[in-house]
Design a protein around this ligand. Structure first.
Ligand code: PMP
Length: 390
């Protein structure tokens, strides 16, 4: 018998499984369950984008593309970054097409971290940053953001976390799971702290298109920050293209060069069909984004009002498609709340504690679900809260 605990890499063994999975497994056993759990748009990819993928297959485009991605796609991404965020990235050398934002994050960590380098990670946040940093022998340093600051990272919090070993800070805004965003003035304050250091910024801007009221602003737009910022973005959320696995990285050319080497050996090139669909998305997808965003916004208002009516405190999320109500008033932990809610009322939400320190006492509800489901979920949560009061 092989003893696989001796075979498997110790770092992998030490990584805990994502705290999200178990709720889907439970929900899968129920007939009329409602999921506000998974962080995925509920729309099908717009037809003209799907069709571009289909047409590329019709034409027989089934081979590898250049390692960095099709040059037409890199050009389209370059135009898009200029048009939407006023950022200049050269199609040749500063843009790398990846397998989702996920690969982009992995490459960013692997390209800059040496063993024992510290990475500052504001939490609550998406579950992958810490494990990816650890796998490359880095050390995650979690910094809890606070509800009273609308879950932004403050300059004091950043300053307090920096040590001589700090190599990078992750900026996960608009944020999953809180829906918090960072405006220009908030990023300027962080830039003040970073200026003059060698600390890099890994800016996960995958929800950049999904802000409500205030346009997304990138750290790379601030003087002296462009040279230290790796922008991670992708098509999954903005264009509802999760299954196509399309993302991209924008950064100074030395960094993109190094990331391209890793990508070349580990991936070769992102899926060709998906790249053709992505070109169409970038060129003609603005209207789709606007339409989906309008729908998310209506759901956002509806759910926010609903939670508040039920007496669950909730700050107004200005980005992504998540709501992060506080459930401390119930006396339950986040885990207990989610576990009991799914068993009693068949509604899946995710414990805030799954998203790192600072998430306890909150739950994440994803409103990328139909209005009908959201209304029914609210009815069931009300019934659950009433049972708790008895
Ligand atoms: N960053 C954040 C904040 C996310 O929420 C997600 C997906 N849930 C990703 C990155 C990765 O998305 P993808 O690989 O589909 O681009």
């Amino acid at each position: 018998m092989m003893d696989y605990s001796k075979i498997l890499n110790r770092r992998i063994q030490n990584i805990p499984p994502s705290g999200i999975r178990k709720y889907f497994d439970l929900l899968g056993t129920m007939e009329d369950g409602i999921s506000l759990g998974i962080g995925e748009p509920d729309f099908i990819t717009p037809w003209h984008i799907r069709n571009a993928g289909i047409q590329s297959l019709e034409k027989g485009y089934t081979k590898y593309t250049p390692n960095a991605g099709l040059s037409d796609l890199r050009k389209a991404i370059s135009d898009y970054m200029k048009r939407r965020f006023d950022l200049d990235y050269a199609p040749n050398g500063q843009i790398l097409v990846t397998v989702g934002g996920s690969e982009g994050l992995d490459l960013a960590f692997r390209c800059i971290l040496e063993a024992e380098d510290e990475v500052i990670i504001p939490t609550p946040s998406f579950v992958c940053y810490g494990p990816l940093a650890s796998m490359t022998h880095g050390v995650p340093v979690y910094v809890q953001t606070k509800a009273e600051n609308e879950f932004r990272l403050t300059a004091e919090e950043l300053r307090g976390a920096i040590t001589p070993k700090t190599k990078a800070v992750v900026l996960p805004f608009p944020n999953n799971p809180t829906g918090g965003i960072m405006g220009r003035e908030h990023l300027e304050a962080l830039a003040e702290v970073l200026r003059g250091t060698d600390i890099m910024v890994i800016s996960d801007e995958i929800y950049a298109e999904l802000t409500y009221g205030q346009k997304h602003f990138s750290m790379a737009n601030i003087p002296d920050m462009y040279e230290r910022t790796i922008v991670v973005n992708g098509f999954s959320k903005a264009y509802s293209m999760t299954g196509w696995r399309m993302g991209y990285l924008c950064a100074p050319k030395e960094i993109v060069g190094a990331m391209t080497k890793l990508h070349q050996y580990g991936i070769m090139s992102a899926p060709t069909t998906s790249q053709y669909a992505a070109i169409e998305a970038m060129k003609n997808g603005d209207g789709d984004i606007a339409q989906m965003k309008e729908e998310y916004n209506a759901r956002r208002r509806f759910l926010l009002e609903g939670f508040r009516k039920l007496g669950l405190e909730c700050f107004e999320p200005k980005g992504a498609f998540y709501m992060f109500p506080c459930i401390k008033s119930t006396g339950l932990t986040s885990e207990e709340f989610c576990e009991q809610l799914i068993r009693k009322e068949r509604v899946a939400v995710i414990p805030g504690s799954a998203f790192g320190p600072g998430g306890e006492g909150f739950v994440r509800a994803c409103y990328a679900a139909s209005m009908k489901d959201l209304a029914e979920a609210l009815r069931r949560i009300e019934s659950f809260l009433n049972q708790l009061k008895k």
